[in-house]
Write a protein that binds this ligand. Sequence first.
Ligand code: MLT
Length: 239
Amino acid sequence: MKIEVIGSATQVNEECVKGKTAVVIDVLRATSVMVTALANGAKQVIPVVSPKEAFAMKEKLGSDVILGGERDALPISGFDYGNSPLQYTSDVVAGKNIVMTTTNGTLAINNAADADQLIIASFINAEAVVKFIKGNEDVALICSGTDGQFTLEDALCAGYLIEQLQMQNEDVNLTDMAVAMHQLYKSNQKKIVTIASQGKHYQNLLRKGFVKDLEYCFRTGLFANVPLRVGGVLKNTTC
Ligand code: MLT
């Protein structure tokens, strides 16, 4: 399996994903929200790039729609929920269409439109993602990052996925960037949160009081579902 790592949403283009399985990672917090919402029974997650598109999608779909997401980590005016995974409980999301827009996570998904297949990863479903991608020939791990910049939490998650694949004897051929992410994870695996907490976005969320989200998003083995893009929307698959 060839694995490359892309360092931010803005670096994603047709060339880097064509013919590949794209694995979009935005640990804090977009992909943690998507995994949680679908694990808790949401019908589908519809990622869009702007709040304007989200309102238009709601209008089009009519009933059973929840608008979720953020700008600068805070809820968007007129939306039902923000970007905290803890808000997406089963009583809120079961059977609902979640239309989501976030600064970097949904942008990364949009920019990876040309991937052969696209799935969603975070620490909370990482083991299921590893099962899903095992045996794939060409994988692009897309670290969504923040505002065009690489972020530690996404890099650590990419490194964790690579480590799990290697531990399961998958024959991996890594780009230099993938080797770097793997080494970052391996040399810090006992202190993932300590390392991630030095990051800009982690600190932004901490300042804004999202302490519980920060605890939640670094848990592993929480869910066995893998959101898979099917015709432009994300649906659950279970591994
Ligand atoms: C994003 O997509 O930029 C993030 O999910 C932002 C956030 O944590 O709210």
